[in-house]
Design a binder for this molecule. Structure first.
Ligand SMILES: Cc1ncc(COP(=O)(O)O)c(C=O)c1O
Length: 457
């Protein structure tokens, strides 16, 4: 890689057209053909090669609502999900701050999968060893992908607190080895910065020529809560936007503290993460995990039935591989909120598909035993039940300060335990805290540029 092509700035991740031309061209060529070439760091963006946000406006024959439901598509990020963005942001910031040194430090990535995949991938590209700490019951494809990128696995048992166990195990490992450093996605504001700036502004751009060009509602099911930070930026531009966190009904930790098992990998991590800005969470919508799993199967397996309800055959074919279960959960949350908020054909609801089908073949196989169709009318009924007749139950209003208090208490329960002080947690109760974290992007953009100039040949 030539010196200009070292590391992208936040600005270049949002505006890849600002990347040096020859780097950009090389990066675009490498995306599908040379995955392990570090030039792929310049492919960490929501934009395609013509600088358009990768998105899909869902057909109304599927959503059954007048509002436009826009889904930002994450599957074409390097490593197959947008989680590579926070992994890179966290590593580059820590590297420039002198806290993570290649060849010296091994990086630990606590994760439910995609952050681990992204972290193992980024470590491979930037010359670090990595260990991904994650619950053992995530899809086998995730394990394989991490190993393919040279990451080691440290698995924790499935349980009602599996992600908490994962964090505890991470810190135990780090305590016992001074050369370990933690890529702490649930705690480091690099994750917040990446999504508020890169995802938030990409969402705003994506909505520009659709409906009234504004965003009435942004829906994201939190794992680390990073993606939800896009809502902070959207609200700065469209103050009326209702930011909605989506949860599995069976694991509604944010809504009411429930920590049940569910199968929607990557979300419902059973905590209010440190980087979750409670101030901007307006609603929480719960989706039954069975509906998300069945919706995922419908879009992958039943193109013909989708055509019969009016979806074009081209679109039915395209939708087959671009969603995982969490993307469907987000879509169902978006449909629910469009109905609940009574949104019309001028209004836009934006949501996210973090990854695509490629890591869920084994998950689908298991679903095939659970959902058996006898004929096409069964499938058409499923489409109605899951998408078209999505109800408006289990939506909680979190706009009042009393309701937010529940989330603050949850955060205390989750994070005092890991050594963060009450004063620190309390300092997050004003928007100043979040804006101060956000503007650090300018410093990191400058640091990256300085680093590149220094290494110019
Ligand atoms: C498949 C999937 N969906 C959604 C999410 C949630 O994204 P975030 O961690 O930004 O909240 C994750 C996070 O790992 C994920 O892997």
């Amino acid at each position: 890689m030539n010196s200009m092509c070292y590391y992208p700035t936040y600005e270049e991740m949002l505006y890849p057209e600002k990347i040096d031309n020859s780097c950009r061209e090389k990066a675009i060529k490498a995306l599908k053909k040379d995955e392990l070439n570090s030039i792929n760091l310049f492919n960490i963006t929501w934009k395609d090669k013509s600088n358009k946000v990768r998105k899909l406006v869902l057909p109304k024959e599927l959503t059954g609502v007048n509002a436009n439901i826009l889904v930002l598509l994450g599957n074409d990020f390097p490593s197959g999900s947008h989680k590579v963005g926070p992994a890179y942001a966290t590593l580059i910031e820590s590297y420039l701050d002198g806290n993570m040194i290649p060849g010296k430090h091994t990086l630990l990535a606590p994760s439910t999968g995609n952050f681990g995949i992204g972290a193992a991938y980024i470590c491979k590209l930037m010359g670090y060893d990595s260990i991904v700490v994650m619950p053992e019951n995530v899809s086998n494809e995730r394990h394989e992908r991490i190993k393919k990128y040279g990451g080691k696995l440290s698995l924790t048992p499935p349980s009602e607190s599996d992600v908490i166990f994962t964090l505890e195990k991470t810190y135990e490992l780090a305590k016992n080895n001074s050369n370990y450093r933690v890529l702490a996605q649930f705690e480091f504001f690099s994750n917040y910065r990446f999504h508020r700036y890169v995802t938030g502004n990409s969402a705003i751009e994506a909505a520009k020529n659709i409906g009234n060009g504004k965003i009435a509602c942004f829906c994201s099911a939190p794992g680390s809560g990073g993606t939800l930070a896009a809502g902070d930026e959207i609200k700065k531009v469209f103050s009326q936007c209702q930011v909605t966190a989506v949860e599995p009904f069976e694991c509604s930790t944010l809504s009411n503290g429930r920590r049940g098992q569910h199968r929607i990998e990557g979300i419902g991590d059973k905590m209010c993460t440190l980087i979750h800005n409670v101030l901007n969470t307006d609603y929480i919508a719960c989706i039954k995990e069975k509906e998300a799993m069945l919706g995922f199967k419908i879009l992958h397996d039943y193109g013909k039935a989708l055509e019969e309800v009016g979806v074009s055959s081209k679109l039915a074919q395209y939708m087959k591989n671009i969603f995982g279960p969490s993307g469907i959960c987000n879509i169902l949350g978006a449909i629910k909120m469009a109905k609940y908020l009574n949104l019309g054909s001028d209004d836009n609801v934006v949501t996210i598909a973090t990854d695509g089908f490629d890591r869920y073949g084994s998950v689908l196989k298991k679903l095939n035993k659970e959902f058996k169709e006898d004929n096409n009318s069964t499938v058409k009924q499923w489409i109605k039940d899951v998408f078209l007749n999505q109800d408006i139950n289990e939506i909680y209003d979190f706009r009042s300060s009393e309701a937010k208090e529940r989330l603050y208490k949850q955060k205390e329960k989750d994070w005092l335990h890991f050594g963060h002080s009450k004063e620190y947690l309390d300092s997050m109760r004003t928007m100043n805290f979040w804006d101060r974290e956000y503007v650090k992007i300018n410093d990191y953009n400058e640091k990256i540029k300085k680093f590149r100039n220094k290494h110019m040949i």
